[in-house]
Design a protein around this ligand. Structure first.
Ligand code: MD0
Ligand code: SF4
Length: 328
C-alpha cells in the first residue's frame, strides 16, 4: 500500500493516503482543490463539455436496492414501459437539440433482461442508433457476457453499471441480494467485447473518506472510460435519511468528483442533473466534471432516476436550459 505522503498539489494521480486527506480537507481548502481538479480536466479535455440525453425506457425492476425509489418493494409506484415509437420521438428531439449521446436506462426489467431471445432491447438499440446516428449507452443492469456482446453488435457503444460502493459489506446493505463480483464482472465483460464502460458510486450514505478512497482506487484499476459519483436522494420507501444534512451530502459528491478527476484525469466524469436539477450543474462542473448527464426532454412522460420528476416538465433539464447554464 503506497502510504508516502503525497501533497494534494501533486500533479501525479493521487494515492490512497492523499485521497483520504482530500475528503477530510477543511472547507477553506476546497476552492483550491476544485481549481486543481479543473486544471487537471483542462489538461486532458480542454474546455469541452459533453451532453448526454437520458431515456428511462422502463421503470420496472426485479431488484430491491435499499437506496432506490424504483426498488421492487415499492409496490405503490406507478411504473411504465415506453413504446419504441415514444422512445424514437424523444430520441429525435434530443438529437435535434444537440446531445452527443443517448443513455438508454431501464431497471432490471424482466420484460427486457429475461426475454428468452433477448431481441427487444437489441432491436431498440438498433432502431435508436439508426434513427439518430448518435452513440448509444445502455444501462440495463447486470447481463451475461453473451448478451452484452449482442448489445454491442446491435450498435451500443457504452455500458453503464454502477457498483455504488466497493466495500463489500456496504454493497450488501445497498444492492440487497445482489452479487458484488457478478456485477463487477459485467463491466469487465462489457469492456472485453468492445463496449466503453462506466462505473459509479453513491455518496452521502455515511461512507468514510477511506471508503471513498477505496472506491476511487477500485475504479482506477478497472478499464473504465467514465466514472461518476451521485448523492443519495432519500425517498419514503428507501433507506432512512442518513444523519448528514443535505448540504453535507452534496459536498461529499462534489469532493468525490474532484477526487476522481485528480485520481483519473483522463476519464469522462458526469455532472448529473438527476440529483439537484439545473441549479446543481455549476458546482459539479466547478468540481471537475465534464459531462452533463440526465438531460430529459419535457412533454414525453419520461422520469429521472434519483429524482423522478425534478426539473423535467419545466424544460430545465432540456438542452437549451443546460447550454444557457454552461454559458453562464
Ligand atoms: C444520470 N439519471 O445520468 C441518469 C442515470 C444511468 N446510466 C444514468 C442515473 O444521472
Ligand atoms: Fe432496480 Fe437499479 Fe433501482 Fe436497484 S438501483 S432497484 S437495480 S432500478
Amino acid at each position: 500500500m503506497d502510504t508516502t505522503h503525497q501533497p494534494l498539489e501533486s500533479e501525479a494521480p493521487l494515492n490512497r493516503e492523499a485521497l483520504i486527506r482530500l475528503f477530510d480537507a477543511p472547507e477553506s481548502e476546497r476552492p483550491a482543490l476544485f481549481a486543481r481538479a479543473r486544471a487537471a480536466r483542462e489538461r486532458v479535455f480542454g474546455s469541452k463539455v459533453f451532453l448526454y440525453g437520458f431515456l428511462y425506457l422502463s421503470t420496472h425492476c426485479r431488484n430491491d436496492c435499499a437506496f432506490c425509489h424504483y426498488r421492487r418493494s415499492n409496490t405503490a409506484l406507478a411504473r411504465y414501459r415506453k413504446s419504441t415509437d415514444e422512445l424514437l420521438e424523444a430520441a429525435r428531439r434530443l438529437a435535434s437539440d444537440g446531445v452527443h449521446l443517448l443513455d438508454l436506462t431501464l431497471g432490471e426489467d424482466p420484460y427486457y433482461v429475461e426475454e428468452p431471445g433477448f431481441s427487444r432491447l437489441t432491436e431498440l438499440v438498433s432502431a435508436l442508433r439508426q434513427a439518430t446516428g448518435l452513440p448509444i449507452m445502455v444501462s440495463p443492469g447486470v447481463l451475461p457476457a453473451q448478451r452484452l456482446a449482442r448489445l454491442r453488435e446491435a450498435g451500443a457503444d457504452w455500458y453503464a453499471c454502477y457498483q455504488e460502493t466497493h466495500i463489500r459489506k456496504r454493497f450488501e446493505g445497498l444492492r440487497l441480494g445482489q452479487d458484488y463480483d457478478v456485477r463487477r464482472r459485467a463491466r469487465l465483460d462489457a469492456a472485453s467485447c468492445g463496449l466503453l464502460a462506466e462505473d459509479g458510486l453513491l455518496t452521502g450514505l455515511g461512507e468514510s473518506a477511506a471508503d471513498l478512497a477505496d472506491s476511487i482506487l477500485a475504479m482506477r484499476a478497472e478499464p473504465l472510460a467514465q466514472v461518476r459519483a451521485m448523492s443519495y436522494v432519500p425517498h419514503p420507501t428507501t433507506l432512512p435519511v442518513p444523519p448528514a444534512a443535505p448540504e453535507t451530502r452534496r459536498t461529499r459528491e462534489l469532493l468525490a468528483i474532484a477526487a476522481m478527476r485528480l485520481a483519473m484525469p483522463d476519464r469522462l466524469i458526469p455532472a448529473s442533473l438527476d440529483v439537484d436539477g439545473l441549479e446543481g450543474l455549476a458546482a459539479r462542473l466547478e468540481a471537475g466534471a465534464n459531462v452533463v448527464t440526465s438531460i430529459v426532454p419535457s412533454g414525453c412522460g419520461l422520469a429521472g432516476v434519483a429524482s423522478e420528476d425534478l426539473d423535467i416538465e419545466n424544460e430545465r433539464r432540456g438542452v437549451a436550459a443546460v447550454v444557457e447554464g454552461l454559458r453562464a
